[in-house]
Structures are given as structure tokens and as C-alpha cells.
Design a protein around this ligand. Sequence first.
Ligand code: CTP
Length: 461
Amino acid sequence: MEELAGKRILLGVCGSIAAYKAPLVVRLLRQAGAELRVAMTPSARHFVSPLVLGNLAGEPVADDMFDERVQHGGSWHIHWAQWADAMLVAPCSAHTLASLAHGACDSVVACLALALPPATPLVVAPAMDTTMWEHPATARNVEQLRRDGAIVIEPEEGELASGLWGTGRMPEPETLVRHLALVLAERSGHRRSPHLRVEDVTARPTRSLGDAVEHDRLTAEIELSTLKAGTATRLDGKTVLVTAGPTREALDAVRFISNRSSGKMGYALAEAARDRGARVVLVSGPVVLPVPDGVELVRVESAQQMSEAVARYRWDVAIAAAAVADYMPAEPYSGKLKRRQLGERLAIELVRTPDVLAQLGSAKRPGAVLVGFALESSEQLDSGIEKLRQRGCDIAVLNAFDAPDSGFEGDTNTIVVVTFEGGQPHRHSYPPSPKRVCAEYILDRVVALLSSSRDPETSSG
Ligand code: CTP
């Protein structure tokens, strides 16, 4: 969205459950190249933390007219209003909507909106329950705001925080940001659409309230931890090889032996490594996950193919998250086995598959880091440590197939990361977390080992 690059945006956040979406609005605006200052009403603090918004925006948040941090020589609200190319109030509560319509300066958000120069667009995204949105008082306020030149992005129909269904949901952050980009483009003369409507903007499909809360919380958490850690967590210049998903070991032309692995943990690791600046090669067995952007995906079926694929790459970090079948049929039948030829009992001879992890361990160069996974019962979790160390792992990730919030198919996992510093295993236990957050925990350990290595090698391809 080039319209936003270099633009200065004031974001006003009000007390509405939709304030949980504000961190994502901040993140999207910054990704689009905008500079940001955030103001919030006192009640917004009950829904989203000023610390999160301030970290994401890169500037202290104004939530009090008399806050020392934003003063800078007095009349700061005038300076902020003069500084801005546009102001977005999202979410805008019924109360702030009324304040804006009447020019009441009862919060920093309303005060900044009143101080905007006439040519600076004010874009307002109301969010409230349907009865409040449809109340004649709110309708009058919206009408008044529009007459005064503000652009009001209508709320959408959907599930509301009250549990009711109706109009009042704030559109998704992507929709708001696209809308703001259109307003700025129009003001700078690139477009001539006097009555921008939210329908002009391609909205993403509406997620359920629960999914949306989880998505935005996770995004803000990842973003915040990355910002806090600065460049110390990056993997720029490193090649990260990840194996993921199950393998399929052919019995005949149509049948195979496999397992329940979904590939979600490996894909989350690939995306997390990519976001830290690594070149990522993802060697994946058959899964139904979307191909991650910016990752080199090598699709394989069998353990043998996975072994051949990983042998083609030099890596600085290898993470064996795949659930590789341990055995394969000794002689797969080239056609389709027919029941009438097989009789009542069928014995199939199985032989060991190549041990991809051990192969990676043998190929490991000085300074490189190898991570292995062990899926054990919670009672025998630690039995995974030694078998991974013997295969050359620097880090063992243990997870229990019988623990709640864990395992192959779900979106969460509960991991213990074991590092072998000074020959001794060090256990790092983490709470049940989304797999993407687990991936960040694992990569934090990888980065710590890489930087403590005395002879780190850079990748050459
Ligand atoms: N692994 C591999 N190639 C194999 C088997 C396993 O790369 N042929 C890797 C997995 O990706 C994982 C680790 O080895 O990182 C799992 O180790 P392993 O002990 O083989 O796993 P399990 O099959 O769960 O072990 P066990 O039979 O002891 O339960």
C-alpha cells in the first residue's frame, strides 16, 4: 500500500472490545511504511495495553492530556494534530462518537480530532452493540460527523462481544488500513471518489470473534517479543533447513503406511525462521497446509525421498520436525495388491527407513545447530533427551503425545526444550502455547547457541 508509505497517522483507540484489534492496525500501518502516534481514551486501557501499542508504534502512547512523556514544549495536542496526514479512530466507541460529533474535548482522542486542521482527514470506525449503533442518538452523531467532513467506516454484521448477532463489529484491521490508504490516495488527487464506502475495499472473510481475538493476541505477542529483543533474535544470512509432516511408505501403487502428523509445528518453525531473516528450506511430507510465502518448499513422500532431499542442502540450522516413518515395506508391490490373491492373513516385511536426523547429525558442520524432536509419553518425557543427543542434536524438543494442548493435529503444543551446554542437559519448560509461539521459543534457543558458538560459519548455499 504505497499510499501509506511515509504518511503520518494518528491512531485514536477507544474503550470497545474491538480495541483488541488495535495492535494489528498499528502493525499493518507500520508494515505499510507509515509513521504512527497513538492516543487512547482512559477506558481503552481496559481492553488493550498502552505498553503493547507503544512498543508496536515505536512512540509513547498519549492517554492523558497532562502526561509528561508527550508534552514537548506545551500544546502537544496541537503539534500532534499539525503533524498528522490523517487521523483514524478505531475502534470508536459510542461515547467518543458523541464527543466527536459535539466537539467535546473529554479525552485525548476527542481533543486531537478537534485540533485537526480542516484539510486533514478524520476516519472513524465505530464499534458497538447493535442497539447502540441503531439508536437514533448514534445515527444523529454519525450524520453530524459526516456533515462535518469525517469519513465513517460502517461497522459490519457479525457475532458481537455480547454474544448477540447484529451490526456493530469493527471491520478487520486489513480493511481499515486499505480504507485509510484509499482516503489518502483520494486526498492526494490519485482517485476521485467523493463517497468512499467500505464496500469499495476488499474485505477479508470475517473470522469468528474467538478466532480473531486469538489471531490478534498471537500476532501482538510475537511482534512485541521481536521488538523487545531487537536484532539479537535475527537469523539473517543463515540457511535453516526444516523437515515437516509425515512420510508415506508405499505398500503398493495405492496404499501406504503413514502417521497422524499435520506438519503444523514444522511449518510454524519455517515461518518463524523466515520472519527472522533466514533463508528457509522446508522439506515437507504430504500435508494440507498452505505453502508459506518466502520459503523454499521441497515436497517429498517417503523417508527415502526426505533423506535424498536434505542431502542436497548445506545449512546452518537444521530442525527435524518431521514424523518420519520408522519402517517401510521391504518390497513395495508395483501394481495394486488384490484381495483375492492375498488370502485371509497378510504378513508384510518391513525394514528400517533411513534415519534422516542421524544423517543430518553426520553432515553437521562446525558452528551449525541441529534440533531434534521426541514425542514421548509425559511419564517418559526425558527418555527423548539421550537418543537425540546420540544423533548429534544440540537441542532436543520434547513433547508429550498424552498431554492436553499438545500433539500432532492441534494448533497448540506444550514443549520442553533441552540444550546441551557444557555437556549437561538444561531443561527449559514452556506453558501450552500456539505452535507459532513454540516455534519462537525454539528459535530463541537456536539463536542463543549460534551466538555462543566460537566458530560460527555462515551459509554458502
Ligand atoms: N527422525 C528422522 N528420521 C527417522 C526417524 C526419526 O529424522 N527415520 C527424526 C524426527 O524428525 C525427530 C526425531 O528423529 O526429530 C525423533 O526421533 P525418534 O526417536 O526416531 O522418534 P520416535 O519414532 O518418536 O522414537 P521412538 O521410536 O523411540 O518412540
